[in-house]
Write a protein that binds this ligand. Structure first.
Ligand code: EPZ
Length: 454
């Protein structure tokens, strides 16, 4: 089956800039929600396929705009790709020294992950700089410095990173690399590059995120020799080549965390699976502090038991600290939790843009630099709001579920990048929510009955 963006959601679902999400708060949710494969593991594992000249099958790959974009970039690099449901068959035997098209790369930061595998496999790579995004400048100097330490010549020209391994056999060399910051992306780029390098590579102060471990397990399933993934020091012994594999992507802990907050903010008991409970320890602990219990129903299933929501302080940190990708969703919860909470966003410099939209819904939030003081209010009220980035979109959906009246969320392209069928999953739990094109007029005080949600 060829690939196309309209596979995301159902083709009947309004797409693009003209689509808005309309939801009515106040309903309690119930039932079970199925968690999809992890976006941030699937994207880097797809790039990792470039390391291997044989057939690779990836399972549990979520249907997301970002995944389709990565697939288009791999296809442009010469990868053969076929998709059946959540299974992706890929073959990177015939990749060329070509450069991924700028217009595709500019839409997906994760495309920069191609630089490590291309350099390791072909001895050269040309990848456009990913550039900044809504949440920060997102520099890549840690990736570049690590590749230079492994012997690559790297220069940036015309917005493109040109990397070359000098010498006849043009193979990267093992190296000792200390990361100034435990960057997820830099750890993943250097770990992939080191799998085919000559000798041993040590990555110190490495990122420990579950997605880094999933990438390491994927590479090991192709014959790579990697130890210590998930700890602060990863050791990779380079091998001459890798072989094909059949690998299943881990569940998405951020999607799971988003549904856990949906249960707490609507005071609803929910179950969710498949999940890896250990991947969610920081979110589970913070939810308990706020007032909701999380029960491990089965090794891969959690039950949320809601309680009275009360204030709590949050500081985002690299894993196993509290994930920055859950900050906005927990802020939405704390806007209706009793008392005053302090939220410090330490990972990204511009990740509080959802505050203004939550204030539009009646939240009491003051911001100073990267710190937000949230005073709980009894109730939010529905309003027309604008999604500013992926996780901010999820926070507005959660706030809308708890608000009085109707909330309309514009600019859904962010949500589609990272949540598979969110509307359908929420509707299945009983949420009054619909995705419509903007020109379907309903008055602000419309009830679900007066809308298309008959
Ligand atoms: C990954 O981004 C995730 N994206 C992000 O998820 C996530 O928020 C982030 O890790 C942190 O957990 C993917 O996996 C595709 P970093 P990444 O390198 O790799 C700075 C979502 O919502 N930095 O750990 O880009 C950087 O600017 C997304 O799903 C440098 O200064 O994150 C940032 O402030 C958003 N120089 C901090 O480190 C570098 O060379 C963390 O970035 C690299 C990073």
């Amino acid at each position: 089956m060829t690939l196309s963006l309209d596979r995301i959601q159902t083709s009947a679902t309004p797409q693009g800039d003209n689509a808005v999400l309309r939801l009515w708060g106040g309903s309690s949710l119930k039932g079970h929600v199925k968690i999809s494969g992890a976006k941030n593991a699937a994207l880097v594992v797809m790039a990792g396929v470039l390391l291997c000249p044989q057939d690779c099958r990836l399972r549990n790959v979520p249907a997301l705009v970002d995944v389709e974009r990565m697939a288009q970039i791999l296809t442009a690099l010469g990868v053969k790709l076929d998709r059946q449901g959540n299974i992706l068959d890929l073959n990177a035997e015939h990749i060329g020294h070509s450069q991924a098209p700028y217009e595709l790369v500019s839409q997906l930061r994760a495309s920069f992950f191609a630089i490590g595998p291309l350099l390791a496999r072909l001895g050269s790579a040309r990848v456009p700089l990913p550039g900044g995004c809504a949440i920060g400048a997102r520099p890549v100097e840690l990736h570049v410095r690590g590749l230079q330490a492994m012997g690559a010549d790297v220069r940036i020209e015309g917005g493109v990173v040109h990397a070359e391994v000098p010498g006849r056999n043009s193979r990267l060399k093992g190296a000792k690399i200390h990361l100034d910051y435990p960057s997820v992306g830099a750890t993943e780029t250097l770990m992939m590059a080191a799998t085919l390098a000559d000798g041993e590579t040590y990555i110190e102060n490495a990122a420990q995120e579950p997605e880094v471990v999933d990438l390491a397990n994927f590479c090991r399933s192709m014959g790579a020799r990697i130890q210590g993934a998930g700890t602060k020091t990863i050791v990779i012994s380079g091998v001459p080549s890798l072989h094909g594999t059949d690998y299943s992507i881990i569940p998405d802990r951020i999607e799971a965390g988003t549904f856990m907050v949906a249960g707490a903010i609507t005071h609803s008991e929910l179950t969710l699976s498949p999940v890896v409970p250990d991947h969610l320890s920081a979110a589970i602990a913070k939810l308990r502090e706020i007032g909701s219990q999380t029960i491990v129903e089965a090794p891969d299933c959690l039950r949320i038991v809601p309680g009275q929501n009360r204030a709590a302080d949050i500081e985002t940190l690299p894993y196993p600290g509290f994930p920055t990708d859950m900050q906005a969703q927990f802020m939405a919860l704390l806007t209706v939790s009793e008392g005053s909470s302090t939220i410090s966003e330490t990972v990204f410099e511009n990740r509080l843009r959802h505050v203004a939209e939550l204030q539009r819904m009646g939240a009491d939030i003051r911001v100073k630099g990267n710190i937000a003081i949230v005073r709980g209010v009894p109730k939010l009220s529905g309003a027309p709001v604008l999604a500013t980035d992926l996780r901010a979109s999820a926070a507005l959906v959660l706030a809308g579920l708890a608000a009085d009246g109707m909330t309309t969320i514009k600019d859904l392209k962010h949500l589609d990048r990272g949540y598979e069928n969110l509307t359908a999953k929420m509707q299945q739990l009983g949420a009054k929510m619909e995705r419509v094109t903007q020109d379907v007029e309903v008055s602000e005080n419309a009830t679900p009955e007066e809308s298309t949600l008959k």
